[in-house]
Design a protein around this ligand. Structure first.
Ligand SMILES: C[S@@+](CC[C@H](N)C(=O)[O-])C[C@H]1O[C@@H](n2cnc3c(N)ncnc32)[C@H](O)[C@@H]1O
Length: 282
């Protein structure tokens, strides 16, 4: 049968029955985190490697470029090496960036791709766009084909003392402003028609559920992106609440709320420039 290809991935739709391991449902239960190779799972606040793995296989082709502006321990770029995608990551904490770099390098690089990490603030509108363009040039390109954003969930985990750290934003409004600047920095170099993937959970503050994920979703959409899917991902093994189930159950019963057991993965497609212009006019 002739190959049935797509412009945004390497899947052959003529063989679509063979892609059993590619998730297409909006409810994710991942039984086991991938702990193979350089994926060590020891960074509090990392995501399971299956998230960038699924995103890259569906929304990139071999040799495409992936941007991760919240690199953390380097999960996305490790996965880039496995799948043969180039990667550019920003991490604010220089010690973490150094550690991520050595982990990424410890992963085999069978496809000889480039994984470039930067110690810096991805929300900095004065410096980040130029750094991003320089890094793209180093790979010999002008554009990226996928962005994966896994920001702090506001103040739930404090990642550093730095005022530029999104986990230190004093209010939800200032968090959203900083998050919006990160999207602004990436958007000009993300190819039209390509995907931005956002991984985030909600938060609870002073007796009120704060729908952080939906607020961030709006920030992305107002910058010229179309929402393609929202995945609800099970996070039963959340480290912060491990061994504290009973006390959380008591708190929930007493406080009239439900305990977070999920986070979101939002999938957006960048609109073509003519549609983005119309959006600005309206
Ligand atoms: C949720 S973690 C990302 C974890 C990553 N996905 C992984 O698997 O290791 C968010 C990361 O964003 C970093 N960060 C916070 N504010 C930042 C900023 N303004 N610029 C770049 N990185 C930032 C934090 O230091 C933290 O490592």
């Amino acid at each position: 049968m002739p190959r049935k290809t797509s412009s945004i991935n390497d899947l052959n739709l003529a063989d679509w029955r063979e892609y059993d391991d590619i998730v297409t449902d909006s409810l994710w239960r991942i039984p086991e985190r991938d702990r193979s190779g350089a994926h060590l799972a020891d960074y509090h606040g990392n995501f399971v490697p299956q998230i960038p793995d699924q995103a890259m296989r569906r929304y990139t082709k071999a040799g495409d470029i992936v941007i991760d502006p919240f690199l953390g321990s380097g999960t996305t770029l490790i996965q880039c090496r496995r799948l043969g995608r180039h990667g550019i990551g920003f991490e604010l904490n220089p010690e973490m960036e150094k550690l991520a770099k050595s982990r990424i390098r410890s992963e085999d690089n069978p496809h000889c791709i480039k994984t470039l990490s930067v110690a810096g603030d991805s929300s900095d509108i004065a410096k980040t766009p130029a750094i991003l363009r320089r890094k793209l040039k180093q790979i010999g390109r002008e554009n990226a084909q996928l962005a994966i954003l896994h920001p702090p969930y506001h103040s739930i985990i404090r990642f550093s003392d730095s005022p530029e750290d999104l986990s230190n934003c004093p209010t939800v409004e200032s968090f959203l402003e900083s998050f919006g600047r990160v999207v602004d920095n990436i958007t000009p170099v993300l190819e039209d028609g390509r995907y931005l993937v956002l991984v985030i959970g909600d938060m609870y503050e002073k007796g009120e559920w704060i729908p952080l994920g939906f607020y961030c979703m709006q920030e992305v959409m107002r910058r010229g992106y179309k929402l393609k899917s929202i995945v609800v991902k099970d996070m039963q093994n959340n480290r912060a609440k491990r061994n504290l189930e009973k006390i959380w159950r008591y708190r929930a019963l007493a406080g009239g709320f439900y305990i977070f057991k999920h986070e979101y993965i939002y999938y957006f497609e960048k609109l073509r420039s003519s549609r983005r212009k119309n959006l600005k006019r309206n």
